[in-house]
Design a protein around this ligand. Structure first.
Ligand code: ADP
Ligand code: MG
Length: 291
C-alpha cells in the first residue's frame, strides 16, 4: 500500500468514527477471515440486571442480597454492579464481610458472620465443595434464556441461585449479518457459562462459541481461530487485552477500558459494534484501490 492511500484511508476512518492507530492495520484488516468478539460489553450492553433470585435455604431474599452486596462491593465486575444496584433498589444494607478474595473467572469468596461466603459460577461452587446438583436444572433453564446463573453458598451449603441478564446491543445482530455477507466468519469468546453464551450466540447468528474461557485463556482462543486464516478480535475489557494483542488486528470498543484501547490497533468510537463492519469495508476499499 502506498503511504498516501493509507493516509487517505485513515483520514476517512476518522470521519467514520474509526481510529486506526497503525496504518498497516488497514492493510491487515482487509485480509481477515474470522472475527472473534468478546461478549460482555462488546456484543451486550455490559450492564446486567438481576432478573431472578431463588433462596435455596432458610435465608430470606433480603438476607441473601445483604450478604451478596457486602461481598460484591469490593468487586469491579459488571455482575457485582448488578447485585449492588438490586440491593440499593430494595434499600438493603450491606452485611459486614471480611477478606474478600476474587476467584479469577469464577467469582469471589469472603468471610461473613454466617460462614465462609462463596459467590459465582458452577466452577466456584465446585471449588467450594458445594453440591448444587439438586438445582442445576433450574440454572440450566435460566442459561437457556441467555441469563447468567450466579450461585451463592455459605460454607458447604447452597443458599441462593440468582440470574443476571445483560441485554444484547441493538446493532449487534445487523453487524454480524453484515460480516457474514462480507464473507467473514464470526466467533464469540467469553468467560460466561456455556449455555448462556450459546443462547446469546444463537440470537445473534454467531458461528463459533468458546465459553467458560478463563481470563488468560482468551489469547489461546484467538490462536485457535487462526486455523481459519487471519483473525480480528473485538473487545472492551481489561481481560481482553491479551487477545487484542494476539489477534492479527485488535479492535477496541471506544467506550471500553483504557487497557483494551491501548492494546488495540483500531478503536471504534462509541459502543456500536457496526463500527467493525465500517472498518472492514473501508480497509477493503483502500486495498482495492491500491492493487
Ligand atoms: P466475563 O467477563 O466474560 O463474564 P470473567 O472471567 O470476568 O468473564 O467471569 C467469568 C464468570 O465468573 C462470570 O460469568 C461469572 O459467572 C463469574 N464471576 C466472575 N466474577 C464474579 C463476581 N464478582 N460475582 C459473581 N460471579 C462472578
Ligand atoms: Mg467485555
Amino acid at each position: 500500500a502506498t503511504p498516501v492511500s493509507i493516509l487517505v484511508g485513515t483520514g476517512r476512518g476518522a470521519e467514520l468514527g474509526l481510529l486506526f492507530r497503525r496504518g498497516d492495520a488497514l492493510q491487515r484488516l482487509a485480509e481477515v477471515k474470522v472475527i472473534g468478539f468478546d461478549k460482555t460489553g462488546t456484543l451486550t450492553q455490559g450492564t446486567p440486571a438481576l432478573t431472578d433470585l431463588y433462596p435455596l435455604s432458610d435465608l430470606s431474599e433480603n438476607e441473601i442480597l445483604a450478604l451478596a452486596a457486602g461481598a460484591e462491593a469490593r468487586s469491579e465486575h459488571p455482575l457485582a454492579r448488578a447485585i449492588l444496584s438490586e440491593a440499593e433498589a430494595r434499600d438493603i444494607a450491606h452485611a459486614p464481610v471480611k477478606r474478600v478474595k476474587a476467584l479469577s473467572g469464577r467469582g469471589l469468596r469472603a468471610q461473613s458472620e454466617q460462614g465462609l461466603l462463596w459467590l459465582g459460577n458452577a466452577r466456584a461452587m465446585q471449588e467450594a465443595g458445594v453440591d448444587i446438583s439438586a438445582h442445576s436444572a433450574r440454572a440450566a433453564a435460566l442459561a437457556e434464556q441467555g441469563r447468567t446463573p450466579v450461585w451463592m453458598a455459605l460454607d458447604d451449603r447452597p443458599v441462593a441461585l440468582m440470574a443476571l441478564s445483560d441485554p444484547i446491543k441493538p446493532e449487534a445482530r445487523a453487524a454480524i449479518r453484515a460480516l457474514h455477507a462480507a464473507g467473514v466468519e464470526v466467533a464469540m469468546i467469553t468467560g460466561d457459562t456455556k449455555a448462556t453464551a450459546q443462547a446469546v450466540a444463537r440470537a445473534l447468528g454467531i458461528d463459533h462459541v468458546q465459553a467458560e474461557v478463563l481470563p488468560d485463556g482468551k489469547r489461546d482462543a484467538v490462536e485457535t481461530l487462526r486455523a481459519k486464516g487471519p483473525v480480528g478480535f473485538v473487545g472492551d475489557g481489561i481481560n481482553d487485552a491479551p487477545a487484542l494483542a494476539a489477534a492479527d488486528v485488535g479492535l477496541a470498543i471506544g467506550s471500553g477500558t483504557d487497557v483494551a484501547i491501548e492494546a488495540a490497533e483500531v478503536v471504534l468510537m462509541g459502543g456500536d459494534p457496526t463500527g467493525v463492519v465500517r472498518a472492514l469495508q473501508l480497509s477493503r476499499a483502500v486495498m482495492r484501490n491500491i492493487r
